[in-house]
Design a binder for this molecule. Structure first.
Ligand code: C2E
Ligand code: MG
Ligand code: MG
Ligand code: MG
Length: 286
């Protein structure tokens, strides 16, 4: 017989583990069907030019409209998709869906802005990534200059591999952004040697920027480095006017964050951010 306390502790632990495991297995089963059932959806977060508050791009952020659990965040199911290999199919769908939406906006008189799509590490290292990107562009007839791909610093660790992939992607005409910049392990020489068009300053440097001198210094340094390297730079996670003011004082020209807009379904981006259009009676999705 196990001692009483020990036994209770053990039971509690296994019960919790069982329910977590059960939840995972259940979620995995549903995730497999989610694509077929059209439950995955892309939200779009406007990227704003600080100078005139105009939307100059959108980042596509995936959501799962779960039949029982409501709208699930990618932090819940992307790791699961990565573990199960479903990420390949989901990633490919995301690419095409983002391109399709952009082409639709462009063709119906919406703003000629690019979409930025997050790549998972597995997707990045998948042998036919370049082909998938090419196919997504061809099938949707989206011009490559309107597609940006977001990678993270860790994906560039194996320099010999990533240089090749990035060069091929860039040759298609798409742009590369370095997401969550400053939080990974990349060496600065990557910035010199890789075809990277844009740095995305991670939200963790923005959160306390109004009080933290060191965060201010880091952000100012990233911005001026990007400018000197002739790269674009965008700050993520701006929630307040105070944060925006400091970023603008440091010559940050593009931002993304709840202060301007949360990620929105496509129809709400149209409603909130498309300038009232044309007098010519052009067919329009608005
Ligand atoms: P990320 O690419 O760094 O995206 C930024 C995240 O910050 C998004 O969370 C966005 O909703 C959130 N955010 C934006 N502005 C603010 C703000 O002002 N305050 C705060 N607190 N948060 C803000 P989300 O949509 O939950 O996505 C989380 C992460 O999941 C993304 O981080 C990205 O790494 C991943 N992800 C999202 N969509 C996809 C996708 O289609 N494919 C892959 N592979 N990963 C994705
Ligand atoms: Mg991103
Ligand atoms: Mg980010
Ligand atoms: Mg991220």
């Amino acid at each position: 017989e196990v001692k009483k306390n020990g036994k209770n502790g053990f039971q509690f632990y296994t019960a919790q583990l069982d329910s977590e495991l059960y939840e995972r297995i259940e979620l995995e089963g549903y995730l497999r069907k989610a694509l077929e059932r059209d439950e995955l959806v892309l939200y779009y977060q406007p990227q704003i030019r600080t100078e005139d508050s105009r939307m100059i791009g959108v980042e596509a952020l995936i959501r799962w409209n779960h039949p029982d659990k409501g709208v699930l965040s990618p932090n819940v199911f992307i790791p699961l998709a990565e573990e199960t290999g479903l990420i390949y199919e989901i990633g490919n769908w995301t690419l095409r869906e983002a391109c399709r939406q952009m082409k639709l906006w462009h063709a119906s008189g919406g703003p000629l802005i690019p979409v930025s799509v997050n790549l998972s590490s597995q997707q990045f290292h998948q042998s036919n990534l370049v082909e998938q990107v090419k196919n997504a562009l061809t099938e949707t007839e989206l011009d490559a200059r309107y597609l940006e791909l977001e990678i993270t610093e860790s994906m560039m660790m194996d320099a010999s591999v990533s240089t090749g992939i990035l060069n091929e992607l860039t040759a298609l005409g798409v742009k590369i952004s370095l997401d969550d910049f400053g939080t990974g392990y990349s060496s600065l020489s990557y910035l010199k040697n890789f075809p990277i068009h844009k740095l995305k300053i991670d939200r963790s440097f923005v959160t306390d920027i109004t009080e933290s001198r060191s965060d201010q210094a880091i952000v100012a340094t990233i911005i001026s480095m990007a400018q000197n390297l002739k790269m674009e730079v965008i700050a993520e996670g701006i929630e307040t006017k105070g944060q925006l003011d400091i970023l603008m004082q440091n010559d940050c020209r593009e931002i993304q964050g709840y202060y301007f807009s949360r990620p929105l379904p496509a129809s709400e981006v149209e409603h909130d951010f498309f300038v009232p259009l044309r007098m010519h009676g052009t067919p329009s999705i608005l």
